[in-house]
Design a protein around this ligand. Sequence first.
Ligand SMILES: *Cc1c(COP(=O)(O)O)cnc(C)c1O
Length: 417
Amino acid sequence: MTQTNSSSNEHYPTDRPFRFGGNELRYVREAIESGNLFYWPEGRFVTRLIDHIRERFEMPYAVATSSGTSALQVALAAAGVRPGAEVIVPPITDMGTHIAVLRQNAIPVFADVHPHTYNLTPETIERAITDRTQVVLLVHLAGNPADAPAIADLCRRRGLLLIEDAAQAYGAYLHGEHVGTFGDFGCFSLNNSKHISCGEGGFVLTRDKRLYVRAHNHADKFYDRHNSGLWLQELGANFRMTELQGAVALAQMERMEAFTERRGLIGARLIEMLSDTPGILLPESLPGATCSYWFLMFRIDPTVVRVSREELQARLTERRVRCTAGYLHRPSYLEPMFQNKSFFPGGVWPGEVVAGRTYDYREVSCPVAEQVLETAMTLQVHEGQTDQEVQWIGTHVLKVWARAMQDANGVATEVGA
Ligand SMILES: *Cc1c(COP(=O)(O)O)cnc(C)c1O
């Protein structure tokens, strides 16, 4: 496994071999043997998970949820987002971000991103604010912190709430503060693709006791278990986490640092190897940022590299470098459900009806996000990659690019040679 051998298909791990081990199995067994898989009141693992999370993020309150999408929906509901209110979102994110907004009957309003951090900025957000804006939903893409402190300031000045979507950003810090702790709420995902996972799951962080109780209730049928009980005051949802999820999530949280620090080192090493490579525009991070590389996204400079991304991907794959040509197929607003506003059956969009005005996503344009997605490639990063494998990835990207530059200059080359 550690031997660098370009002719061996076994060289590169197909997935994340060291991901689940040790306490994951032990805790699941304990949960099963306890005879109870419900989190309240005596559920051991969700309770322990919440305590662990509160301590880990130095936040007074946390709510466990069934997914990252439901964590966001719970935060929006707890924040008191009204049907028809506008929520500023980025166009480069997981669909879960938008689902949460739309399921709360609010209106996603797209702001553009920075060309090299791929995140929203205070300037792009400012331009998207209207008198209907209630929330900014800030995504920290691929473990690269957005400017949460400046955006939190902006939100305070403009009377808006800030919800951070840190689903891809475990182990991402700004000046030593973990992302997800700057806003009114921080939301995380525990789905299978994320840095740490229990298959499906998520959680919400907040500093405010009142918001915490609301979030807890919105994830739990609004049963208001902390207070008087069953006089239901609002429409909740069942977004509860089970003890099985809690058991795995707790074991994963215990390993969070090990995973994210390793990813940080790998990402930094690749950036170092690829810096100053003609045709590669590396991602930028803010001063004081620690990135945890959910993956490493960079951009091709098409004025220099005339070889298509698909061709580059094919050449890299041939060298067993795991990568993708692009991240999302398109900015979210270009998806048919936005273009046709076919969110709900029958073509009725309650958010718009309540807002009393029409929104036309065919008129939305975020040119920077479009350029980013047209030129993006991603390299896989995960904690199981050895130093040799990282060296392999960097070396072969450089080789493929050197070839591509020759191609761009009209020199024919043999693919994969
Ligand atoms: C994964 C993800 C979500 C949704 O989380 P799920 O657990 O899949 O529901 C939301 N936002 C971002 C940025 C994500 O990466």
